[in-house]
Design a protein around this ligand. Structure first.
Ligand code: MG
Length: 257
């Protein structure tokens, strides 16, 4: 099932998207927290403005260096345990929304990633239980200011600035996360061509690891790391991330006014 959050000019609503990613059937309520029912209203993806499919109430947990070839391209070793960082929910924007590059940085990179959405409150879970707490998957761009990442000694500003976490285009609830291609294009040119099977720590291990540090709440998001091929993106460029069986998340990059 694909669940989109969108607006037609009024309050955000949710809907079920068809397999082709074209039609939307509106539902009542927020599927993360409530039982949903079809309202009978239908529309098309083209006619609405898609929004970030979830705004985390609690947290986004990023995972660093979870693909060996990406760790290597940055001159890093693969960490033995998943390396976690937190991103504030104010960084989230939706499909098509601009990523605003502030004057604080002059070295912004895209990072195409599979994002996991938690569906149930949990703590201290083992990897073999992780599937039960997953609501679904979406696509994330873990936009990173490399100069701040190097200079700050931790990653709060580098990855947490406003608009630096585009999510979308919708949530896919039926997906095998071990077997999807992740392709990033910058102005149409393929710059990342990875596969989730190359993650160092798989989705179940990441959820287990995160849950041993933090209580996970419905709507929390885990960014599972980026494959090799990261690179700069400048104002005026557009980044599209496509993940098999989910769809494509596209965002323009602009300079702050
Ligand atoms: Mg990342």
């Amino acid at each position: 099932m694909r669940i989109a959050r969108y607006t037609t000019g009024d309050e955000p609503v949710y809907g079920l998207v068809d397999g082709e990613g074209k039609k939307i059937a509106e539902v009542t309520g927020d599927p993360l927290y409530q039982r949903i029912e079809l309202t009978g209203t239908t529309t098309t993806v083209e006619e609405v403005r898609l929004l970030a499919p979830v705004i985390p109430r609690s947290k986004i947990i990023g995972i660093g260096r979870n693909y060996a070839d990406h760790a290597a391209e940055m001159g890093n070793d693969v960490p033995e345990e998943p390396m976690m960082f937190l991103v504030p929910n104010t960084a989230v924007v939706g499909p098509g929304d601009p990523v605003v590059i502030p004057p604080l940085t002059s070295e912004v990179h895209y990072e195409g990633e599979l994002a996991v959405i938690i569906g149930r409150m949990c703590k201290d879970i083992e990897p073999d239980e992780a599937k039960k707490v997953i609501f679904g998957y979406t696509i994330a761009n873990d936009v990173s200011a490399r100069d701040l990442q190097r200079g700050d000694g931790q990653w709060a500003r580098a990855k947490g600035m406003d608009t630096f976490c585009p999510l979308g285009p919708w949530i896919e609830t039926d997906l095998d996360p071990q077997d999807v291609a992740i392709t990033t294009r910058r102005d149409g040119e393929v710059v990342q061509d990875g596969h989730s099977s190359d993650m160092v720590h798989g989705v179940a291990a990441l959820i287990s690891h995160a849950s041993k540090a933090f209580t996970l709440l419905p709507g929390d998001i885990i960014l599972t790391g980026t494959p090799a091929g990261v690179g700069p993106v400048e104002a005026g460029q557009r980044v599209e991330i496509e993940i098999d069986q989910i769809g494509t998340l596209a965002n323009p990059f602009v300079a702050a006014e």
